[in-house]
Design a protein around this ligand. Structure first.
Ligand code: AMP
Length: 565
């Protein structure tokens, strides 16, 4: 990219097809994330890969881009499936297939998402017409392989995405069957957030001399230490669709003076700047697409306080030296802890107080934990201000302006109006009407819609004990309690698990006091149990020791994004 800063490792250095690079420019990606830097070259060289990376690290592009590049080189005009991507859930199948479609648009790539619960007929027709990349849940992939509608003979790259989730959901047999049905010697890539022995075992059986990647950046001790103490760190968990509204509201409440808002892409920088300005903020955009002259102009306005928000990508903000930043906002979570430390280190300088605010999507809570682990600092989770909070804050601003006006004096000319109205109305009512007018002209509107509040544990409908549960949905028993966590147990209805089994195992093995076990949900392939936080580790250890219905099963704290994907 021509506007790349000197020495910047850009996508162009990875040797990808120019049509892929231009798709990335359209999407506003400025530079590869660490997993992309490390995974793309070996996948282009047809090596096998074992990568530890979770949602939010940019892993989808890390396997999709080399797959598409190879497809464009090796497969002109063929109707056979070239790439197979296996994912644990229908939601992820749709998400990944959309991403592959976006990246491969200019290559005219045909992508199909194949998952259970959707019409077999439509999938069959699409497969017959010809598909380049199939993104599938393992169960449905096996169905198609058995019917002969999905042939793996010409597959040139198999990707296992979120492999640990697939195993936890009981897809081990299906995965083995698919990998066994793939001709020997075809490149395979396994991506997983965690690498327990079952994953390394699977990798050992199916990968050949894989390149191993672990994205576990350690921040330099100095930066982490510096950040400690003087920076108040807060996170908000907000669904993607509400992020813009949430940020605008958080800024309204915080009233920051000089703030950098970090986004992942140029497109986001532009959108955010436009929306925030439309909502009455004073925002300036800064990204890698700007000329030096434009950058200088923007920075001048920001330094002079003509703008109080600088909306920037990491690339654009690099090398900027700005004193007195009051707030750093991560509109997108950085893809690795190092970048987080680097970004927030821009505030709280020279002994001043700073605030770091991060917006996480529900499925990105893994990244939050990872950042906390690496920085050894707790990030406080706050609730997005409600409409009522916002009204209260706006009224407070109006009140403060009126107080200023009172202190300033010079009100004689207006007293006449009050005096004449006082013959008819109560003086307090007249004052309130004045406040109302001032409030309205300040631009405060009360038209905001409520933003859903996401709590850190799963919220799903309660079904009555013994009552019928909607097909396919988990059966839930008991009531939830405050301060509880949800545990994931990798066996469910299909393994014959009933609530009583879990109840018995937990109360007998972990010796929990009566009444401590909360809601129990049984789904087809897994179960969820709520227990008080203080007993969580004890219950996990106890359940790991014992067996359920004769089998050892995986037990862990539930990832809070469950159900959101
Ligand atoms: P993933 O970890 O694949 O779920 O990606 C997380 C998010 O990061 C997605 O919204 C991607 O569009 C975005 N993303 C991936 N790679 C990049 C990149 N190099 N620059 C900016 N955004 C990216």
């Amino acid at each position: 990219m021509s506007d790349q800063l000197p020495g910047e490792p850009g996508f162009s250095s990875l040797g990808l097809d120019s049509r892929l690079l231009s798709a990335l420019v359209t999407l506003g990606y400025e530079e590869p994330t660490p997993i992309q830097m490390q995974a793309i070259p070996p996948l282009l060289e047809k090596r096998d890969l074992l990568a530890q990376a979770a949602t939010g690290t940019g892993k989808t592009a890390a396997f999709a881009l080399p797959m598409l590049h190879r497809l464009s080189l090796e497969r002109e005009g063929s109707n056979a499936v070239f790439g197979l991507i296996l994912v644990p859930t229908r939601e992820l199948a749709m998400q990944v297939s959309e991403a592959v479609h976006r990246y491969g648009k200019e290559l005219g790539v045909r992508v199909l998402a194949v998952y259970g619960g959707a019409s077999m007929g439509l999938q069959l027709r699409a497969l017959t017409r010809g598909v380049d990349v199939v993104v599938a849940t393992p169960g449905r992939a096996v169905d198609h392989i058995r019917r002969g509608s999905l042939s793996l003979t010409a597959v040139e790259l198999v990707v296992l995405d979120e492999a640990d989730e697939m195993l936890d959901m009981g897809f081990q047999e299906d995965l083995e069957a698919i990998l066994d049905a793939t001709p020997a010697g075809r490149p395979m890539a396994l991506f997983s957030a965690t690498l327990p022995s079952r994953i390394t075992g699977l990798a050992g059986r199916h990968l050949t001399d894989p390149v191993s990647i672990r994205i576990q950046a350690k921040p330099s001790a100095g930066t982490a230490g510096e950040a400690r103490g003087r920076i108040r760190q807060t996170a908000y968990v907000v669904p993607r669709a509400h992020k813009l509204a949430a940020l605008s509201r958080i800024l309204d409440i915080e009233g920051p003076s000089s703030t950098i808002v970090f986004c992942r892409t140029r497109t986001e920088v532009d959108q955010l700047t436009e929306t925030l300005n439309a909502r009455g903020h004073r925002a300036e955009a800064l990204h890698g697409g700007f000329s030096q002259e434009q950058r200088d102009r923007v920075m001048k306005r920001f330094r002079a306080g003509t703008a109080d928000l600088l909306i920037a990508t990491d690339v654009a903000a690099r090398g900027l030296d700005i004193e007195q930043i009051s707030h750093v906002v991560n509109f997108d979570v950085p893809s690795e802890p190092d970048a987080y430390v680097h970004r927030i280190g821009r505030t709280g300088r020279a002994g001043r107080e700073g605030t770091a605010i991060t917006l996480f999507e529900p499925r990105e809570q893994w990244l939050l934990r990872n950042i906390e682990k690496v920085t050894k600092q707790r990030i406080e989770i706050a609730q997005v201000p409600t409409v009522a909070d916002l009204r209260a804050r706006r009224l407070e601003l109006t009140r403060a302006s009126l107080r200023e006006a009172l202190l300033e004096g010079g009100l004689d000319a207006f007293r006449v109006a009050v005096e004449s109205l006082a013959e008819e109305f109560d003086v307090l009512d007249i004052a309130a009407a004045g406040v109302k007018l001032a409030h309205q002209t300040s631009g405060a509107t009360d038209e905001e819609a409520e933003i859903p509040q996401i709590r850190l544990s799963v919220e799903r409908p309660l079904f009555r004990d013994g009552g019928p549960a909607p097909a396919g949905k988990p059966v839930r028993r008991g009531k939830r309690s405050a301060g509880s966590v949800t545990l994931f147990i990798g066996a469910g209805r299909q393994a014959g698990i009933r609530p009583a089994d879990l109840f018995g195992a937990i109360s007998n093995e972990a010796k929990l006091p009566p009444g401590a076990i909360g809601a129990i949900e049984i789904a087809d392939r897994f179960s969820l149990v709520e227990v008080p936080e203080e007993f969580a580790d004890r219950v996990i250890a106890a359940l790991k020791r014992t067996s359920l219905r004769g089998k050892k099963v995986p037990v862990r704290r539930e990832r809070e994004d469950f159900g959101g994907r």
